[in-house]
Design a binder for this molecule. Structure first.
Ligand code: 5AD
Length: 348
């Protein structure tokens, strides 16, 4: 089949065979990608109109016990100055976010042992008490099932844990030996069973990634049916083993976003910061390729430069107000509207 027919088949059947995915990733040209983008944009408009869900992102700690080879805040990077927000600082951030209209707060951070279940449940229930109309998303890495259960009971609504790559051999090339794809997948399965709106996701163009790896990612997404999917280009981070590797491609990342939107019409799909970093109009182009979520950073300015997962991350010199303003303006420029709705996942 020609690539255009494969894209039409994906739209109709919401599924492709592995060899078909591989063909698409290996041979798609600009025209094919353009066609996917148009279709994805149409589907996103049917599902969400021109409304883009807004999430306030708070980077609560850059302390991490893991040593992922791609990540700028990996444990063994001793050039990072480490910080951890206090409960009071996190509440203050939510306060500022709430006033700017946010009804979802995303607490993201490294795997920082300080954040025990007790401390986190206190933070989650505290935010819920103060802002009962808000959703809380956590993005704090791998934890035990019991821990996820406690966080859910405390009021957390959603959890983001990118699977990074669905191919074991590839996973092992990006991560230290003590981390495994099996455990990652187990965490994702637990999160979904517990009742979280669950997000996974992958980097595009990470070192060693092949078309077959991407095909496996698409097959995994089809099967797992996540509620949210974070997709961004790999970007090299200095003082990591991959600092000299080349960044993922903008076109390829947008193509994957389009294909995901076509396959999973109602999934929540953010225009990621990494895309905005790769290109000035990266997030706008993501929206036009089917993304429907924006996550402006509302973290305190002084912490931002230290949460550098990769080089030249955008927004590090800004405050919350400025980051929100940038995102809102960029949406308006392309005819979309930010919405303050909680924006929960809805079954079709
Ligand atoms: N380039 C792009 N994305 C990265 N992440 C971590 N390091 C990088 C990098 N160098 C992504 C991972 C992680 C998320 C929080 O950020 O996918 O899950």
């Amino acid at each position: 089949m020609k690539n255009k027919e494969l894209i039409l088949k994906l739209d109709k059947e919401k599924s492709l065979e592995k060899p078909e995915w591989i063909t698409l990733f290996e041979t798609a040209d600009d025209e094919d990608r353009e066609m996917a983008r148009h279709l994805a944009q149409k589907i996103a408009k049917e599902q969400f109109g021109n409304r883009i869900y807004m999430r306030g992102l708070i980077e609560i700690s850059n302390i991490c016990k893991n040593d992922c080879l791609y990540c700028g805040i990996r444990k063994s990077n001793c050039n990072v100055s480490r910080y951890r927000m206090t409960k009071t600082q996190i509440f203050e951030c939510c306060e500022i976010g709430y006033k700017s209209g946010f009804r979802t707060f995303v607490l993201q951070g490294g795997e920082d042992g300080h954040f025990t279940d007790d401390i986190l449940t206190e933070i989650v229930s505290g935010i819920k008490e103060k802002f009962p109309d808000c959703a809380i998303t956590l993005s704090l890495g791998e934890r035990s099932r019991e821990s996820y259960e406690k966080l859910f009971k405390a009021g957390a609504d959603r959890y983001l844990l990118r699977h990074e790559t669905a191919t074991r051999e590839h996973y092992d090339k990006l991560h230290p030996e003590n981390l495994s794809l099996e455990n990652r997948m187990e965490c994702l399965k637990n999160l979904k069973e517990i009742g979280f709106q669950t997000g996974c996701g992958m980097m595009i163009g990470s070192p060693y990634q092949t078309a077959e790896n991407l095909a496996n990612d698409m097959l995994f997404l089809e099967e797992f049916k996540p509620h949210m999917i974070g997709i961004g280009p790999f970007l090299p981070a200095e003082n990591t083993p991959f600092e000299k590797e080349k960044a993922g491609s903008l076109e390829e990342t947008l193509f994957v976003l389009s294909l995901v939107r076509i396959m999973l019409p109602n999934v929540l799909l953010p225009a990621t910061t990494a895309l905005g970093t790769l290109s000035k109009d990266g997030r706008q182009r993501a929206i036009l390729s089917g993304a429907n979520v924006m996550m402006p950073n509302i973290s305190p300015t002084e912490n931002r430069k230290n949460y550098a997962l990769y080089n030249d991350k955008i927004g590090t010199g800004e405050d919350a107000e400025k980051s929100v303003e940038n995102v809102v303006n960029s949406l308006k420029e392309i005819g979309y509207e930010p919405t303050v709705a909680r924006g929960d996942y809805k079954e079709n």
